[in-house]
Every structure is written in structure tokens, then in C-alpha cells.
Ligand binder design. Structure first.
Ligand code: CP
Ligand code: NVA
Length: 330
């Protein structure tokens, strides 16, 4: 059944029904098929899209850019320092100006309140490309990948290990509640989502058949898992927290030993990326010199293993972002 999502903002999956999310995933799959077949799909010909980035990005920036161009739209990157946003001009005034120029606005930044303000005042669809609280375009890519690899979403046991209170944990929990997954956060008690969000997800779960669990016991949490997910221990904007997080999260590293505990040879490993799985990064080297860790949230062995679907997820960012833009603008 088709849905009309025209003029909707995309700030968090909380705002969408399971049927609407499924429709976005199906639309993304269609765009992926068209791309693979080399069939043009320039449904946003003549549109102009603003891409605001307060924080760095590889996947989200390039996914939005390529998606815009494939759909026939013009992407305009507005990076940190390029516009006045919040410095010499309020978010409200900036939103009103950009809304006069652009047909849609993507925002990646620090405070979730900023993307809400943009949405309130822009008068055109606003899409969340990551805030401190949510990363909803990532979840669409993750769920498309899970569907492709496991053939279903409903009932899939997805265990998220690590910083259980970051944008990824929050968003995966909302998405899982909506789409009927068995979602477990394995995290130390200091690093769990806020009570309001957990309660909201548990309420949604009662309607969808999802199961939402939070535990400190990672060893038991992963038994029977179809998918294990992790993210960086220190998110963008909290770089002063390495020492504390390493102490808290070392037992939550995803290793091959942990993976074997799933008891399933076909279980998959997911990560939104970027990941610290070796010493090939500047930050990775600094962490090694200071704290002696060669890998952080995931071992290199798991990252490079046949379980790992991380680059499928990365590619699916583009197909799913196409769906979000096309559905909200057409
Ligand atoms: N997963 C993700 O959002 O990656 P980037 O930070 O590179 O956009
Ligand atoms: N939690 C991470 C996600 C990066 C895609 C961060 O916010 O830095």
C-alpha cells in the first residue's frame, strides 16, 4: 500500500508508523534495483537541497550528495564555518532563509533541538543526518541490510553492545520497537538510554510484538543473536571521555569469542562506521600509545570476517536516503 509522506520531516523514527517505515525500506530497495540496472530515476529534477554539517561525515555527506545527483537534485554542502547558524544568526532565522532557497534541508550536528528548530521554521522538509540523540537515516540502512541478509526484520534478535545511551543505541531501540525485533542493549549501567525513551519503546513493543531488553550481562545477551551491532565508545563531541569509556566498555568489545556465543554460524555483524578495529587511524594510534588498546569496540578479526556486513550498510545509506528525500519531496 502506498503512503503519502510528502512534506513530512524526518527527525526520528518515533514520528513514523511501522507501515510507513516498511514503505520507506521498500522504496529504498526499488531505488537500489534501478541504480543497479542503470535506469535513471531523476524524480527530483530541478530541486535544491541544503546539506548542513556541524560535524564531520564520510557516509552521510556522500550518501546525500550522490542521492541528490542521482535523483536529479542539486546538493549544496554548508559545512562548519560556512554559514552563521547559531553564531551570528539564530537557527530560526537561518531556517527561514534556507527555506526560501531550498526544497529540503539535511542537518548533522550537535543538539537535537537544533534540527527540531530547523524543522519548525524552515517550511520545507528537514532530515536528521545525526544529532546527539538520534541517527534515523542510519537505521533505515541497517534495517534494509538486515532484511537483505536475514530475509526478515520481525523477530530478529539484534544485540547492541557498548555505549547504550548514544544516538545509535537510541535509534536502534526505536526502530526495533517499531519493526518488531528482539532488541537487547548490553551496556554498563552508567551507559543506558533515558527512562522516558525506554518506556516509550516498551509501549510501542507491546503493539508490534517487539522485545526490548537492557542488560549488563553481555555474555548471556548474545546467546541466540542473529545480529550483533556496535558503535564507537566515544561519539563525536565527547572526545574528553576516552579514558572513562575505555574502562567501562572494554568488557563490551565485540570479539570472535563473543560472536561464537551466538551459536549461529550465519549471524551478522553490524557497525554504522567509522570503526576503531586496527591501528590505521590517527585516533586509534593515540589510544594505543596512551592505553595500549590495538582495537576498541570490535576486533579486527570480527570486522573483516564473513559475519561482517558493514560495507553493505554503508552502501545502503545512499539507497535509503534517496527514499527519504524522494518520498518527502514528491
Ligand atoms: N555512519 C555514519 O553516519 O557515518 P559518517 O559519520 O561518515 O556520516
Ligand atoms: N555515535 C556515533 C555515530 C557516528 C555515525 C557518533 O555520534 O559519533
Amino acid at each position: 500500500m502506498p503512503f503519502n509522506l510528502k512534506n513530512r520531516h524526518f527527525l526520528t523514527l518515533r514520528d513514523f508508523t511501522p507501515a510507513e517505515i516498511q514503505f520507506m525500506l521498500e522504496t529504498a530497495k526499488n531505488y537500489k534495483d534501478l541504480k543497479y540496472a542503470g535506469v535513471p530515476h531523476r524524480v527530483l529534477e530541478g530541486k535544491n537541497i541544503a546539506l548542513i554539517f556541524e560535524k564531520p561525515s564520510t557516509r552521510t555527506r556522500t550518501a546525500f550528495t550522490v542521492a541528490c545527483i542521482d535523483l536529479g537534485a542539486h546538493p549544496e554542502y554548508l559545512g562548519k564555518g560556512d554559514i552563521q547558524l547559531g553564531k551570528k544568526e539564530s537557527v530560526e532565522d537561518t531556517a527561514k532563509v534556507l527555506g526560501r532557497m531550498f526544497d529540503g534541508i539535511e542537518f548533522r550536528g550537535f543538539k537535537h533541538e537544533t534540527v527540531e528548530l530547523l524543522a519548525k521554521y524552515a517550511g520545507v522538509p528537514v532530515w536528521n543526518g545525526l544529532t546527539d540523540k538520534y541517527h534515523p537515516t542510519q537505521i533505515l540502512a541497517d534495517f534494509l541490510t538486515i532484511q537483505e541478509k536475514l530475509g526478515r526484520l520481525k523477530g530478529v534478535k539484534l544485540v547492541y553492545c557498548g555505549d547504550g545511551r548514544n544516538n545509535m543505541a537510541n535509534s536502534l531501540m526505536v526502530g526495533s520497537a517499531k519493526m518488531g525485533l528482539h532488541f537487547v542493549i548490553a551496556a554498563p549501567s552508567h551507559l543506558v538510554p533515558d527512562d522516558e525513551l525506554v518506556q516509550y519503546c516498551k509501549n510501542v513493543a507491546q503493539e508490534t510484538g517487539a522485545i526490548i531488553e537492557i542488560t549488563e550481562d553481555i555474555q548471556n545477551a548474545v546467546v541466540g543473536a542473529d545480529a550483533i551491532y556496535t558503535d564507537v565508545w566515544v561519539s563525536m563531541g565527547e572526545e574528553d571521555k576516552f579514558e572513562e569509556r575505555i574502562q567501562l566498555l572494554k568488557p563490551y568489545q565485540v570479539t570472535m569469542d563473543l560472536f561464537r556465543r551466538t551459536g549461529k554460524t550465519e549471524s551478522i555483524f553490524l557497525h554504522c562506521l567509522p570503526a576503531f578495529h586496527d591501528l590505521e587511524t590517527q585516533v586509534g594510534k593515540e589510544v594505543y600509545e596512551k592505553w595500549g588498546l590495538k582495537e576498541m569496540e570490535v576486533s579486527d578479526e570480527v570486522f573483516r570476517s564473513h559475519h561482517s556486513v558493514v560495507f553493505d550498510q554503508a552502501e545502503n545509506r545512499m539507497h535509503t536516503i534517496k527514499a527519504v528525500m524522494a518520498l518527502t519531496l514528491q
